[in-house]
Design a protein around this ligand. Structure first.
Ligand SMILES: [Zn+2]
Length: 413
């Protein structure tokens, strides 16, 4: 039973019936799905969740759409991994990684798309569409193919070749726009007014964004129904960070956590696109748009829709927002791979490098239980890492050649 009951303006609080709309007619504030938490609390239990599917749909009552029939649109229930080697390198105590590379198209976007396309089907749409920096493109194209929807995916034309290939393969329409993500997003808002399509991050955004809450639900459940002290989350639009915070809160509202959660939420950005980190450091409320220039293209949103709300969550929770250079992003990717055997994309490099920086500054503390969110797989951004890795040696197929290449190995043994 899905209990998303209405949409409510995050600015003025006016309510609207559930429909494919996303801005308030009165104040142009963003709309958000609301729930009857008392009703949910009377039915949901830790046991009912444990008996559910190994996907985001185990938290069905806390999502704004019924689970689609037939097992389609599965995403989530990814591993939460204790990262002892990485913790030791960073001087941290209890560190966990939420490995969302393990989703159907290898990023957390499969969660939000599962909810968005479920809602699109419920509304009767025949076509799914999106503006994307890449990961969303993969997820929409794949989920549309699986559910029999047509798809139109709009991306900046300078996107990594790998992300275009891994979108086009699903057979939908992929349209490259000569412009950056903010240009693509603006165009999609205009298209959404003209074409009867479910734009997952435009007219279906209030539902779509709710899918990210499942990252908080899973984290708490996998920690045996406890919350972390501190989470580190990458920021693109800022939606993911605000929804993880909301997700922990909701678990208390429906009685799954006894105490109100007190989770510090920290954000991670690339210095080449760091409007939220810049506002945080300057101590101001306004998030000024920037022109992105970073290898972390999946985070390259210069005018983040939820930047203001993300900044608010970071400040109120006692977190911080850091930014790291392209070189530090590459180091972050390699550090994660070298210590934990997880190959993350550039956004993961941003998260790990920012975690390292915040740990060095004493913002993320050794006495905290920390969770860092690894949101996408490294095979999506090979271009970023390719110049920095090579084979250890190239030799003829002979024992002598190997001995010559590694003369000290036998002595070491
Ligand atoms: Zn309003």
């Amino acid at each position: 039973m899905a209990t998303g009951t209405a949409l409510r303006c995050r600015e003025c609080g006016r309510e609207y019936p559930v429909a494919p709309i996303y801005t308030c007619e009165w104040c142009f504030g963003p709309l958000e799905a609301t729930y009857d938490y008392d009703a949910i609390a009377s039915t949901i239990t830790r046991e009912s969740i444990a008996a559910g599917p190994a996907s985001i749909w185990r938290y069905g009552p806390l999502l704004p759409v019924e689970a689609p029939a037939g097992g389609a649109l599965a995403a989530g229930w990814t591993p939460l991994i204790r990262a002892e080697r990485l913790a030791a390198e960073l001087g941290l105590g209890e560190l966990w990684l939420k490995d969302d590379t393990r989703n159907p198209t290898n990023s957390f976007k499969d969660r939000v798309v599962a909810v968005a396309l479920g809602k699109a089907l419920e509304f009767g749409f025949k076509t799914a569409a999106c503006a994307s920096t890449g990961n969303l493109a993969n997820a929409v194209a794949a989920a549309a193919a699986r559910t029999g929807l047509a798809s139109f995916v709009f991306v900046p034309s300078d996107l990594e070749a790998g992300k275009i290939l891994t979108t086009s393969v699903y057979g939908g329409n992929v349209v490259a726009i000569d412009g950056n993500y903010d240009d693509v997003n603006r165009l999609c808002a205009e298209l959404a007014a003209e074409y009867p399509w479910a734009f997952v991050n435009v007219n279906v955004r209030p539902f779509y964004a709710e899918g990210s809450k499942t990252l908080a639900y899973e984290t708490a459940e996998q920690l045996d129904w406890q919350v972390p002290d501190h989470v580190v989350v990458p920021i693109a639009s800022g939606s993911l960070l605000t929804k993880i915070h909301k997700g922990f809160d909701e678990l208390h509202k429906v009685g799954l956590l006894a105490d109100p959660p007190d989770v510090r939420v920290s954000g991670a950005q690339a210095t080449g696109c760091s409007p939220v980190a810049t506002a945080f450091t300057a101590g101001v409320d306004d998030v000024h748009p920037v022109r992105p220039d970073t290898i972390a293209k999946s985070l390259a949103i210069g005018n983040p829709a939820d930047g203001y709300y993300a900044l608010d969550v970071i400040r109120k929770s006692g977190g911080a927002c850091g930014a790291v250079t392209d070189a530090e992003i590459v180091d972050g990717i390699r550090l994660l791979a070298r210590t934990e055997g997880i190959f993350g994309e550039t956004a993961a490099g941003v998260t790990i490098a920012t975690l390292a920086k915040l740990a060095a500054e004493g913002v993320v503390r050794r006495d905290e239980r920390v969770v860092a969110y690894v949101t996408g797989h490294g095979l999506k951004t090979l271009d970023a890492i390719e110049p920095h890795v090579r084979v250890t040696a190239t030799i003829p197929p002979s024992l002598d050649a190997f001995r010559a290449a590694f003369p000290t190995l036998i002595e070491e043994n």
